[in-house]
Design a protein around this ligand. Structure first.
Ligand code: HEM
Length: 190
């Protein structure tokens, strides 16, 4: 698809593999995750996205406009799923995840965020369903997922073109994966 995406994929494939081995991801993929554990997992995503989407709108409005507002609506889907599960998402307390200042760094975070919709598509099509029927977040862009991924990669390849920018993007992508892995690893079961 392009050098920047290929470099990001190379640098993060190990991090994705580690994420796949965490209990909540194994449980979700295998259809064995309890509703309680699933709600805790969605809560982790909610912490990330409520902070990420707010900050993107405040500090990187140009990027939101270029990529389209529809990509920055995942907090609402998470609140919907948590409400389906009878949980209150609470206030958008946010997370301590540091969003990079540079465009290349933000692009690296977005590579992870947008790439995760491919996993969601895979899960939605597996036919296993979602605990408590709360699948709005993972369904994400639905039938438009592949089109949305391709247009994100086109944006990525035109906006991140220099070797040093690729390095910043990879660092931010690995840091984003690590943020999730750390929390998924300590995700309480039950
Ligand atoms: C929850 C269970 C998950 C499953 C089963 C899963 C599975 C997958 C699969 C099958 C693909 C490749 C899709 C394709 O090539 O058509 C993919 C791509 C990707 N996933 Fe996941 N994923 C999951 C969660 C996540 C999470 C939580 C993140 C990040 C926070 C993530 C980040 C990515 C990225 C960045 C790619 C794109 C790699 C590339 O092709 O450049 N995934 N995932």
């Amino acid at each position: 698809m392009g050098l920047t995406r290929d470099t990001l994929k190379d640098h993060t494939s190990e991090a994705h593999r580690r994420l796949d081995e965490t209990e909540p991801v194994k449980g979700l993929a295998g259809g064995t995750l309890s509703e309680t554990s699933y709600a805790k997992l969605l809560g982790i995503y909610h912490d990330f996205f409520s902070h990420f989407e707010n900050k993107m709108r405040e500090d990187h409005r140009d990027i939101v406009d270029e990529l389209g507002d529809f990509r920055f609506s995942k907090t609402g889907w998470l609140r919907e799923d948590l409400s389906t599960l009878g949980r209150d998402a609470g206030v958008d307390a946010g997370s301590t995840f540091q969003i990079p200042d540079s465009l290349a760094g933000v692009a690296g975070c977005l590579y992870v965020v947008e790439g995760s919709t491919l996993g969601g598509l895979h899960l939605s099509k597996s036919g296993k369903g979602f605990p408590g029927g709360a699948g709005r977040f993972y369904e994400a862009y639905g039938d438009d997922t592949i089109t949305a991924w391709k247009s994100f990669i086109e944006w990525l390849e035109t906006r991140v073109t220099q070797p040093e920018e690729r390095i910043s993007a990879c660092e931010a992508a690995v840091r984003t994966f690590d943020w999730f892995e750390e929390r998924f690893r300590h995700h309480p079961q039950g």
